[in-house]
Design a protein around this ligand. Structure first.
Ligand SMILES: [Mg+2]
Ligand SMILES: [Zn+2]
Length: 187
């Protein structure tokens, strides 16, 4: 069986503007303008597009799983309308102190997705705006990309234990880098 490949996307700070506090209502969702175009171009070359997001606001009691589903539904619908389908949206609702296996930098969500979709993680990419996204992607064997579209607008080396394979401004530049890389024959 030929395995599928995926682009794993963090949500807040990559797809939509991150908030100083937590995003707790669909009205707070502001998707970056070039996200749909980026997703379309990655889908065209055969990647699954899968969101993996830490949402400890649920565990903190700041929003219910129902509200989170509404927020994710809004993101999915808006992107759908622009032809940028998401294959799945995984989230970790737990607190950092819960010690779960899904909260990034742990890679439970990627492992789950790889089982659900038959994904070869070593042929996949993880794109995020935080050190935990990069550590999660790296420990899963993915190529990692840091976007500076989140709250930290620069690359602060001291915050990273694992460095990303590529650093760029946003998902559009990340998608172009992947497209270029995928054109180059391997080996
Ligand atoms: Mg983020
Ligand atoms: Zn979790």
């Amino acid at each position: 069986m030929i395995k599928s490949r995926a682009i794993f996307l963090d949500r807040d700070g990559v797809i939509n503007e991150d908030s100083e506090s937590f995003i707790t209502h669909p009205d707070q969702v502001k998707i970056f303008p070039t996200v749909s175009q980026s997703i379309r171009s990655l889908r065209e070359i055969g990647f699954h597009i899968i969101v993996v997001s830490n949402q400890s606001g649920v565990g903190r009691g700041l929003l219910s799983e129902e509200t989170l589903a509404d927020i994710n539904g809004k993101i999915r619908d808006e992107l759908d309308r622009e032809g940028a389908k998401l294959d799945a949206m995984y989230y970790c609702p737990h607190l950092p102190t819960d010690g779960c296996s899904c909260r990034k930098p742990r890679n439970g969500m990627l492992v789950q997705a790889s089982q659900d979709f038959g994904i070869d993680l070593s042929e996949s990419y993880m794109i995020g705006d935080k050190p935990s996204d990069i550590a999660c992607g790296e420990s899963s064997g993915c190529t990692t990309i840091l976007t500076l579209s989140g709250q930290s607008k620069g690359f602060d080396k001291s915050k990273f234990i694992v460095y990303p394979d590529f650093i760029c401004t946003d998902l559009l530049v990340a998608s172009k880098w992947i497209l270029e890389k995928e054109k180059t024959p391997k080996g």
